[in-house]
Design a protein around this ligand. Sequence first.
Ligand code: PMP
Length: 420
Amino acid sequence: MTQPATMLSKTPTADAALRARAARVVPGGMWGHLNAARLPEGYPQFFASAEGCRIRDVDGREYIDFMCSWGPVLLGHRHPQVEAAAQAQAARGDCFNGPGEVMVDLAEDFVAMVPHADWAMFQKNGGDATTACVTIARAGTGRRKVLVARGAYHGALPWCSPVVAGITSEDRAHLVHFDYNDVASLQAAAAEAGNDLAAVLVTAFRHDMGRDLELPTAEFAKAARAICDAAGAALIIDEVRAGLRLDLRGSWEALGVRPDLAAWSKAIANGYALAAVTGNDRFREAATKVFVTGSFWCGTVAMAAARATLRIARETDVPGHIHAMGLRLREGLAALANRHGIAVRQSGPPQMPLMLFEADPEVRKGRAFCSAALRHGAFFHPQHNMFLSAAHGPADIDEALQAAEQGFRAVRELDARAAR
Ligand code: PMP
């Protein structure tokens, strides 16, 4: 039976037992960003089930979820229509000797929905899609240099992993760095690449971990487009994290800037494993020439889930709803912080919010806030942008704000202890 987080002891025993078993058979107990050692105290490592905007850990504690599986869950966990579409496809089989009809349907859906797209192709993870974009850009231009923003995340592959263990400098020899939203640094990077410029690769907005989120300025977006046009290079937008949450047509559409290639994943199949590259006709031939594939890239179940997700997102104005819910959360957090006299900075689009505490270089306040809020049933993140879903309603936000109230109390206690 599900129990409110507050009713259970602080030590999640089933979670602790699984961590101990995992420590023996999984290196470090868990890999990458999902290692719970990176999370605030009390955060579970293991989860048992989820529905709508609620997740349950293996100890039966339930939380209002503001991470949405780190982005994939756009409509809410186990959305009935997505599940029905996935199950209907699964009843006929998932993995065949080649794609099913659903692949063509889904490519047509993308081409109809995304103005820059003349074609689409599918993969599994976001890193597959960003890598394919870079490969296609290089094949199409016959050049090597790719401009990437300092600190931006594009996946965990050797050419873009943020951690250098096991990676050679040759793996990333042809990357040239610039600073996001800094036109002069983008121009300087383009000048350095010279006539070897294959692509500018840029995330939909600046969402580097641990710093304020930043939307792209129109000036920056237009400069990126102009540089690519002047050089005959590809403008690639990495939509893996932001895709479908800001604008179903593509995150830069409202700025009047269209990419040549875009990488999508996370939200496109509401939690099923799928990624996509969309591109324009300039890069169609290059996309035909490169060799990109994977054993599971044709899986029909995820594609059926994606078709349902895109349809529902179109029919119900998901970006508009999650914008409204994100604003409600942001305004509620601001009011609570104000009442407690605690200085916070909230940034990013409301659909993917971040709250950082002032004067908190080691994220002590952020962690104390999150740990206390977690005990009262809200799953926030202290440093990574969070995610809203269509399943969050006003009552869920208000309930989460009550948990946040406990978080702010914990920060006040921390401040009071520090002052003593
Ligand atoms: N690009 C961006 C902007 C991302 O946020 C991520 C994942 N967090 C990726 C690429 C890589 O996606 P994946 O982990 O599915 O390979």
